[in-house]
Design a protein around this ligand. Sequence first.
Ligand code: PLP
Ligand code: COI
Length: 354
Amino acid sequence: MEIKITRTETPKAKPQGKLGFGKVFTDHMFIMNYEEGKGWHDARIVPYQSITLDPSAMVFHYGQEMFEGLKAYKGADGKVRLFRPDMNAKRTNATNQRLCIPQLPEEDFVEAVKAVVEVDQDWIPTEDGTSLYIRPFIIATDEFLGVAPSKTYLFIIILSPSGAYYESGLAPVGIWIEDDYVRAVRGGMGFAKTGGNYAASLAAQVKAHDDGYSQVLWLDGVERKYIEEVGAMNIFFKIDGKIVTPMLNGSILPGITRNSVIEVCKSWGYEVEERRISVDELISAQKEGRLEECFGTGTAAVISPVGKLRYKDDVMLINNNEIGEVSQKLYDTITGIQWGKIEDKFGWTVNVGK
Ligand code: PLP
Ligand code: COI
């Protein structure tokens, strides 16, 4: 893929002080068009700018869009690393297939990410816990109000120097187990990374926030009995010394951090179970002192210890609302690999530039 690069003549000031999540954007962005019959074309890196779309553009009406999330890290050795970008490329195409968006060659996805990160590498923050959040996304741009797959699309990548996703940083978060609204059902698009899943989550998230909880833990859409995942992360429990997480069933996102945590835990000799977990099982395990730890996993959230789970009128306190041993060790190991501080035995990191 040939990428034409136009550099900005008016670079912006870099952010100072504590970085939040997803509020500041770099000097450049990647953009590429798709047109039926012509395929993906005109790959280019341009100064960060607004895009103009006709009000009838299909993405505004029927939500035909997808997005991804990954990060670039600058290590103490000055090297810039990505974490498993091939997995984001594969998941892009799984999402695209569900949403009738044309497939994007995996190597082009990775090449585009590398190219734009290289152009804006001076924006990668280096303070502890910070990174450059990368947001690739595709939108349907046909000017048409009929319900059908669009024939034209834009693929864009924007970059945002970011700190911790939760304001509390690595401190345990409180999570609200939602027993009324549901996020997704099997056969729907829960496994896909598309805006509609997040729009569907907002009403419950607002309710949880109003009650002082950081995010919502979804139950299955049919029986509202089995644990699925959290608003922006997959969920893990340590019960009776085993690591347990909901199996991939079509309605939860196949998280890249989830997959990495499973591999790391297995390499440490833990038994890892991917299976159905009922909310009743969790309540019993907690009452009997067998629920030892709970943590969420995600690109933005990294490893987020969960100290409190609320279900109806019950509040389950986990590990005394303190970060657990496995959660801490996983955080240190995964971020250690990402920052190049520890050996990457799994071959997960990919260098950008030299
Ligand atoms: N589940 C949901 C709903 C998410 O939005 C995310 C974030 O990307 C995840 C899980 C974790 O996925 P990953 O580890 O690939 O970032
Ligand atoms: C990510 O972790 O990359 C995500 O996409 C979560 C996002 C919804 C903030």
